[in-house]
Design a protein around this ligand. Structure first.
Ligand SMILES: [Zn+2]
Length: 456
């Protein structure tokens, strides 16, 4: 399929500064962007379908750097409690009742929700991930999927991880990739974490783009205490813990001492660390030195009262930061909402309206997120040669009229429901706000029919 979008406000996300094309054209052939620029300079080849972009903003498909897709099934299942209680009392017991079919339904619901909001990539850590990969590919979005590894199910999780990599890494024309996902340093003992590192290192020989690691890290200020409590249990179970590890300053220092943060052949981290809220000055230096990739989830951190990550400092230190929502049980898979939140949060926190500009926030939802997921060679910005993951936003609305700066518009005025059309690798998956090729009504009915087991 070859097409062009003509005369739109285009925000390509290729500059380091706020920049947009006021009346631009973008051409796409066989899933790839073939040209982009001001309309008067772009010649649309004969035979291309032409989409009128008047009154539309065009942005790259947005990228959610951290979620647990099938947790759509537990939307607001338990709220207004701390993380530990939320997990142990509510979420983990409910998850014990999940079946592969339910995970498939939940992930499909997540993929549809995301696509409808202009989100074209979900980085999801969950259970029975082959069902999530299947759901994402049916809807047509991209996914980075990883099987959650916990000490108490490590053997099964490693086995599933290996199968997932063999079956799904770079599958569906590279729309699906796989990561290796130890849940957190307090739920995975050092032996499991070392095994994760070894496994990742082994895949570096096999793949040009080997699987990355995806882990929750330093989510709350109590995490180091939780790791120390777990250490006592692990030692009772016969796992030797080195003194050096016990004397770490915090979770980041601990993982660094374990040799977990970088592969054996490079100094640059292949770890996507979700949250990284509570860290010491020394730990910030480690994050910067190793270029650990951070997935910042402002709404999840606020809702769980986990604290606020020092994002402006991370950016100053050139630490890669992308945005995520965390599980949809906490908040919708809405990246415009998360981008707006990050643009507002630090202005208020530091009494400084210059912190995290609208452009910075949109970067964290697009090109910087692509960098965090190691996918920036193909997606995250609109430029010649990249895959055509494109989102159109309809401006013919009272709350979007008039328009001066489309970047500010996207962050401060657009609602995700204003997304009209979405393309992934040149294929249209949303048209005029409607998901194509999937019966949404059927899916919603099936989900509602199946959730009663969580109320028992
Ligand atoms: Zn999470």
């Amino acid at each position: 399929m070859a097409f062009a979008i003509k005369n739109a406000f285009i925000i390509p996300m290729t500059s380091n500064n706020s920049m947009f094309i006021k009346s631009g054209t973008i051409t796409v052939e066989d899933g790839t962007i073939t040209d982009i620029g001001p309309s008067e300079k772009i010649e649309i080849p004969r035979g291309f379908d032409v989409i009128d972009g008047t009154n539309k903003i065009v942005i790259p498909g947005m990228i959610n750097c951290h979620t647990h897709a099938a947790m759509t099934l537990f939307r607001n299942y338990a709220d207004d409690v701390p993380l530990k209680e939320w997990l142990e009392k509510y979420i983990w017991p409910a998850e014990a009742k999940l079946t592969p079919e339910l995970i498939y339904l939940g992930a499909k619901l997540a993929a549809i929700e995301a696509a409808r909001f202009g989100v074209t990539v979900l980085n999801s850590m969950y259970l029975t991930e082959k069902m999530e990969a299947k759901a994402f590919s049916e809807v047509g979005i991209r996914g980075l999927v990883g099987e959650g590894i916990f000490s108490w199910i490590a053997d099964k999780a490693f086995q599933r991880t290996k199968e997932l990599i063999e079956t799904w890494h770079h599958a569906e024309d590279d729309l699906i990739r796989v990561s290796i996902d130890p849940h957190a340093p307090y739920t995975c003992d050092p032996e499991v974490l070392q095994k994760v590192r070894e496994l990742t290192n082994n895949y570096r020989e096999k793949y040009e783009k080997p699987p990355l690691i995806h882990i929750h890290l330093a989510e709350t200020k109590d995490e180091w205490k939780n790791i120390q409590a777990s250490m006592e249990k692990w030692e009772t179970n016969g796992i030797a813990i080195k003194e050096e590890l016990k004397n770490a300053e915090g979770p980041v220092d601990y993982l660094n001492k374990l040799g977990f943060l970088t592969p054996n052949d490079t100094d640059e981290s292949d770890v996507i660390a979700a949250h990284v809220v509570a860290v010491t000055a020394k730990e910030k230096k480690i994050l910067a030195e190793k270029k650990v990739r951070i997935a910042h989830n402002p709404i999840s951190n606020l809702k769980l009262g986990s604290g606020i990550a020092p994002v402006p400092e991370y950016l100053k230190m050139n630490i890669p930061v992308g945005l995520g929502t965390d599980g949809p049980t906490l908040t919708p898979l809405d990246m415009i909402e998360s981008a707006k939140m990050v643009a507002l949060l630090f202005k208020g926190l530091h009494n400084n309206p210059t912190l995290i500009t609208a452009y910075d926030a949109l970067k964290m939802a697009t090109i910087d997120a692509a960098r965090v997921l190691g996918w920036n060679d193909k997606i995250g910005s609109l430029e010649k040669g990249k895959d055509a993951d494109i989102v159109l936003i309809d401006l013919k609305k009272p709350h979007l009229t008039p328009i001066f700066n489309p970047i500010s518009h996207v962050i401060y005025s657009v609602r995700s429901s204003d997304v009209s059309d979405v393309f992934v690798k040149g294929k249209k998956i949303v048209e005029n706000g409607t998901i194509l090729n999937i019966s949404v009504e059927d899916l919603l009915e099936k989900v509602n029919q199946n959730i009663s087991i969580f109320l028992e």
